[in-house]
Write a protein that binds this ligand. Structure first.
Ligand SMILES: Cc1cc2nc3c(=O)[nH]c(=O)nc-3n(C[C@H](O)[C@H](O)[C@H](O)COP(=O)(O)OP(=O)(O)OC[C@H]3O[C@@H](n4cnc5c(N)ncnc54)[C@H](O)[C@@H]3O)c2cc1C
Ligand SMILES: Cc1cc2nc3c(=O)[nH]c(=O)nc-3n(C[C@H](O)[C@H](O)[C@H](O)COP(=O)(O)O)c2cc1C
Length: 783
C-alpha cells in the first residue's frame, strides 16, 4: 500500500506513525514544506485523558512526550487585583517544536519517509497512492482547491489574538484579565517546559484599535503587551515567532473525504485555543483514521467509517470551544462582577465544569462563591447568612413586593386538559403538588385570553367566571399549603391556534371544530395550516382588551405575578419576528415597529395589574432561523420591555417557524439569558434542558440568570426542589406539616448519601499526572 501525507504537523506525523505500525509493509511518505525543525508557535497542551489515549496507541512516543512535559493541576484566574486558584484540572504542556521532533523521530524509526522543504502544489503526483492524507493545516490548499466538494464553513471570529512566548515561569494555567485605558485584554498563559511559557493575548477589535496595535510590527506589539502585563511578567521578556495578530477562524467542513483523499486536523475543523484542543483534535483524528483503516476492508470503506464515526466527537469539542470563545468575546458582560463570581464564570464557561464538581475539588473556592452570592442577596435587604450561606438555588429573590423563597421555578407548561378553558381537578393536583414540592415560583400554563385565543381545545383560559373560580381554587390551595408564589401566564395562540392536542399532533391543524385564527401577517405555520387573518386595528384593540380583562380576573384570583407570553411564535411573538411579520404599516418593518403592539399590550396590562405585583415577559431570544430574531435583538427587546416596566425577562427560544435549526444541548438556552441579563441589565429567568440542581446552582452562581425554570423535569418530579434542598442541606425550604416525617428522613439520609457519593467520586477519579509527579518527588517524611 502507498500512502502520501501532505503536511508534517501533529495530524500528519501521528497518522504516519499509527498507519505504519499497522501496516509495516506500506510505503508511507510525509511531505512537509518547512524544514524539520522550523516551526511556529510555542507550546501545546493536552489533558490527562488525551495522554491516556496516546499511551494506548503508541507507547514509545507517549513516553518520550511525557518525559518532556510540564505538568500542572491548577487554573489561576487573575482579575482586578485578585487571584483565584482551582486545582484538580490535570493538564500538561510541551513545546510544539519538541513534540514535532519526537513524532518525526518515531516516524523515521518505524520506516516512514519524511521529505522536508517539499511544498506540494498538486496532488496529481500521488495518482498511484492508495490513500492521500490532507493534513496541511488551517489554510489547507487542498480543502480550498475542492471547496465545492468539502464545503468548508469559515467563521472568522471578531476578537484579535496573537501567540507569543516568555521565559516567565508559571505553576498554573493562568488567565489574566487586565483592565487598560483602551479596554480589556486577556492573557491565556501556561508553562510548557522549564523556563518557557506560551502567552496568547486576546482582545476585542475596538480595544485593539484604541490600543494602537493596528499597524505595529510583531516586536512593537509584543512590547505593548509587555507594558500591559509587565506587572506580572516581572522583567521576563515576551518572545515572538510569527506572532501576528489575527482573527480565529472556526472551520467546519461538510465533507472530510473525497475519493481516496481525507482531511485531517486543522484542515478539516478547528477548535478555539481557549480550550487548548487544536493539537489534541489533530492527533485524535489520526487515531480515528488508523482505527478505521484497521477495521474496514477497503480504503474507501475506512474513509467513510472515519468520517461518520469521528464527526460527533469533533463537533462536540467544537461546540465546547464555541461556547468558550463566545464567553471570552463577551468578557465585558462580566467586567463589573465580584471577582470570585467572575472566576467562577471562567471556570464553568464551557459547561463541563459545574458547581458540584468544583465543590469536590475546590471547596474553599465554592464557599467563597456562595458567600459573594449571599452578600448580593443581603444587599437587597434579605437577612441571609453570609458566613455559611445556602447554595445559590436556595437564596430568595424579590421582584417588586413579591418575595420568592428560592430560585427554582416550575416553567409554564400546557396540560391540554381543560374543558372549555376551565382548569379541573387534574390542574389542582398538578399545580398543588409542585407547590408542595418546594419550587419557589410556579407558572401556570399558557392561559388563553379568549376562546379563539386557545392553541388547542384542551387549553386553559381566563375569560369567564367559571374559569376564574377554578383558577382561584388553585391559587388558594398553593397559598394555603406551600411557600410558593404563583404566576399567571397569559397568551394568545395567533396563527398556531385551532390545533390538535399535543398527543394528537403538535401544532397540526384541527380537522373539525376549529376556529378562525389571526396573526401579524397572513402566513400559515405549516403549508396546510389555516391561513391566519392579518390583524387590523380593531382586532388589535379587541385582543388588548381581552388581555386586560384576563389580567383583572387574574388579580381577582389572587395570582402573585403576571407573565405576558411573547414567545414561541404565538400571537404577540408573531409581531416581533420578521419571519412572521411582513406588515408594511406602523407594526411592521423595524424592530421598534414590530414591538409596538406587544408593548402596547404590555403597557395596558401593567396599568391594570397592581403596581406592587411584578410582571414578566417570555420571549424567544432567537428564532434559530436565517433572517430571524438573534441574541442581539433579544437584548433590544428586553430593553424595550424593561423601559415599559418589566421586572423579569423569561428567556426562551425558537418555535417561531417550523424549519428552524435549534442547537440543542444541556442548558442550551442559557447563553441567551446570560446575554440579555448582562447586556440589557434586567433580571432574567433561563430555561431549557436544565435537569439538575447542580446546573441550577452553576447558572445562578455564574450570574447567567436570576431564576431557573425547569419544565419537563418537574413533570416527573414534583419534589425536585425539596430533594435538592436535602442534598444541599438547605433546611429552611418549606414543607407542609403533613409531610414532615418524609422531609426529616430525606434530610437525614441525604447527609450520608452525599458523603458516600463524594467519596465514590473522589475514589473513582484517577490521580492527575501532576499529582503523581508531585508524589514521586515528595521528600520522604521522617520515620
Ligand atoms: C501560532 C500558533 C500557536 C499554536 N499553539 C497551540 C497550542 O498551544 N496548543 C494547541 O493545542 N494548539 C495550538 N495551535 C493550534 C495547533 O497548532 C493546531 O491546531 C495543530 O497544529 C493542528 O495540527 P495539524 O497537523 O492539523 O496542522 P499544522 O500543525 O498546522 O500542520 C500543517 C502542516 O502542513 C504543512 N503544509 C501546509 N501546506 C503544505 C503543502 N502544500 N505542502 C507541504 N506541507 C504543507 C505546514 O507547513 C504545517 O507544518 C497553535 C496554532 C498556531 C498557528
Ligand atoms: C408539554 C409542554 C407544554 C408547554 N407549554 C408551555 C406553555 O404553556 N407556555 C410556555 O411559555 N412554554 C411552554 N412550554 C415550554 C416550557 O415552559 C419550557 O420552556 C420547555 O419545556 C423547555 O424547558 P425544559 O427543558 O425544562 O422542559 C411547554 C413545554 C412542554 C414540554
Amino acid at each position: 500500500m502507498k500512502i502520501a501525507i501532505i503536511g508534517g504537523g501533529p495530524a500528519g506525523l501521528y497518522s504516519a506513525i499509527l498507519l505504519k505500525k499497522q501496516r509495516p509493509e506500506a510505503e508511507i511518505t510525509v511531505y512537509e514544506r518547512n524544514r524539520a525543525d522550523d516551526t511556529f508557535g510555542f507550546g501545546v497542551v493536552f489533558s490527562d485523558a488525551t495522554l491516556d489515549n496516546f499511551e494506548k496507541y503508541d507507547a514509545p512516543s507517549y513516553r518520550r512526550i511525557t518525559e518532556q512535559f510540564a505538568y500542572w493541576d491548577d487554573i489561576a484566574v487573575h482579575f482586578r487585583g485578585t487571584v483565584h486558584r482551582v486545582g484538580g484540572n490535570g493538564f500538561c504542556g510541551c513545546s510544539r517544536r519538541t513534540l514535532l521532533l519526537i513524532l518525526q523521530e518515531r516516524a523515521r524509526e518505524l520506516g516512514v519517509t519524511l521529505l522536508f522543504e517539499a511544498d506540494i502544489e498538486d496532488e496529481a503526483r500521488f495518482a498511484d497512492a492508495d490513500l492521500v492524507v490532507l493534513s496541511d493545516g488551517i489554510n489547507s490548499r487542498f480543502r480550498d482547491k475542492y471547496i465545492e466538494h468539502f464545503q468548508p464553513e469559515i467563521d472568522l471570529r471578531s476578537n484579535k489574538f496573537a501567540w507569543m512566548g516568555s521565559t516567565r515561569p508559571l505553576d498554573a494555567f493562568t488567565f489574566i484579565f487586565q483592565e487598560t485605558e483602551w479596554g480589556p485584554f486577556i492573557a491565556h498563559a501556561y508553562q510548557y517546559e522549564m523556563g518557557h511559557s506560551t502567552w496568547i493575548f486576546e482582545t476585542d477589535p475596538e480595544t485593539f484599535k484604541r490600543a494602537g496595535l493596528e499597524g505595529l510590527d510583531e516586536r512593537q506589539s509584543a512590547d505593548r503587551m509587555a507594558e500591559i502585563f509587565g506587572w506580572f511578567l516581572e522583567g521576563h521578556p515576551l518572545l515572538i515567532n510569527r506572532s501576528m495578530w489575527r482573527n480565529f477562524p472556526m472551520i467546519r467542513s461538510k465533507r472530510w473525504v473525497r475519493d481516496n483523499m481525507v482531511l485531517l486536523g486543522d484542515a478539516k475543523a478547528t477548535a478555539h485555543f481557549s480550550i487548548g484542543s487544536g493539537t489534541k483534535l489533530a492527533m485524535e483524528d489520526a487515531i480515528a483514521l488508523a482505527d478505521a483503516m484497521h477495521r474496514a476492508p477497503t480504503v474507501e470503506a475506512a474513509l467513510q467509517d472515519y468520517e461518520t464515526g469521528r464527526r460527533e466527537e469533533v463537533e462536540k469539542t467544537q461546540h465546547a470551544a464555541d461556547v468558550s470563545l463566545v464567553w471570552f468575546e463577551h468578557v465585558d458582560r462580566f467586567w463589573d462582577f465580584d471577582p470570585v463570581q467572575f472566576a467562577f464564570g471562567v471556570m464553568t464557561r464551557a459547561k463541563a465544569i459545574t458547581y458540584d464538581n468544583l465543590t469536590l475539588r475546590a471547596p474553599g473556592f465554592v464557599a467563597e462563591v456562595d458567600q459573594a452570592f449571599a452578600r448580593q442577596v443581603r444587599a437587597r435587604g434579605f437577612d441571609v447568612d453570609v458566613d455559611k450561606p445556602l447554595a445559590p438555588m436556595f437564596q430568595p429573590l424579590k421582584l417588586r413586593e413579591m418575595t420568592i423563597p428560592n430560585r427554582a421555578v416550575v416553567s409554564p407548561m400546557c396540560m391540554y386538559s381543560a374543558k372549555d378553558g376551565v382548569p379541573g381537578d387534574f390542574h389542582l393536583v398538578h399545580y398543588g403538588s409542585r407547590a408542595i414540592g418546594g419550587a419557589g415560583l410556579i407558572f401556570t400554563e399558557m392561559t388563553c385570553v379568549g376562546r379563539d385565543a386557545r392553541i388547542t381545545p384542551g387549553c386553559a383560559g381566563l375569560w369567564n367566571d367559571e374559569q376564574q373560580a377554578a383558577w382561584r381554587r388553585i391559587v388558594d390551595f398553593v397559598h394555603a399549603n406551600s411557600a410558593a408564589k404563583i404566576a399567571l401566564q397569559l397568551g394568545h395562540a395567533g396563527r398556531k391556534g385551532a390545533t390538535k392536542l399535543m398527543w394528537d399532533g403538535m401544532d397540526r391543524p384541527l380537522e373539525q371544530g376549529g376556529w378562525d385564527v389571526i396573526s401579524a401577517s397572513p402566513i400559515p405555520y405549516f403549508p396546510d395550516s389555516q391561513v391566519p387573518r392579518e390583524m387590523d386595528r380593531a382586532a388589535m384593540d379587541a385582543v388588548k382588551a381581552a388581555f386586560v380583562q384576563a389580567a383583572e380576573r387574574g388579580e381577582a384570583c389572587g395570582f402573585d405575578m403576571l407573565e405576558l407570553h411573547c414567545a414561541h411564535g404565538y400571537l404577540l411573538a408573531s409581531f416581533i419576528s420578521p419571519l412572521t411579520n411582513t406588515r408594511t404599516d406602523a407594526y411592521g418593518g423595524s424592530l421598534a415597529n414590530r414591538l409596538r403592539f406587544p408593548l402596547e399590550v404590555f403597557e395596558a396590562l401593567r396599568a391594570a395589574w397592581p403596581a406592587h405585583k411584578p410582571m414578566s415577559v417570555r420571549i424567544s431570544a432567537t428564532d434559530w432561523a436565517e433572517g430571524g430574531i438573534t441574541g442581539d435583538d433579544a437584548v433590544a427587546i428586553a430593553r424595550a420591555f424593561a423601559e415599559a416596566g418589566v421586572d423579569l425577562v423569561d428567556v426562551s427560544t425558537g418555535q417561531t417557524v417550523r424549519d428552524a435549526q435549534p442547537i440543542y444541548g444541556r442548558m442550551f438556552q442559557t447563553p441567551f439569558s446570560e446575554q440579555v441579563r448582562n447586556e440589557a441589565r434586567v433580571a432574567t429567568m433561563c430555561v431549557g434542558n436544565i435537569t439538575t440542581a447542580d446546573q441550577v446552582n452553576t447558572i445562578l452562581a455564574a450570574g447567567r440568570a436570576d431564576l431557573v425554570a425547569l419544565g419537563r423535569p418537574h413533570l416527573v418530579d414534583p419534589a425536585f426542589t425539596l430533594k435538592a434542598a436535602a442534598w444541599y442541606g438547605a433546611d429552611d425550604v418549606f414543607c407542609p406539616p403533613q409531610y414532615q416525617p418524609g422531609r426529616e428522613q430525606i434530610f437525614r439520609n441525604s447527609v450520608r448519601d452525599r458523603q458516600d457519593f463524594e467519596d465514590l467520586k473522589i475514589k473513582a477519579k484517577p490521580k492527575t499526572r501532576a499529582e503523581l509527579k508531585a508524589e514521586a518527588t515528595k521528600p520522604l517524611a521522617a520515620e
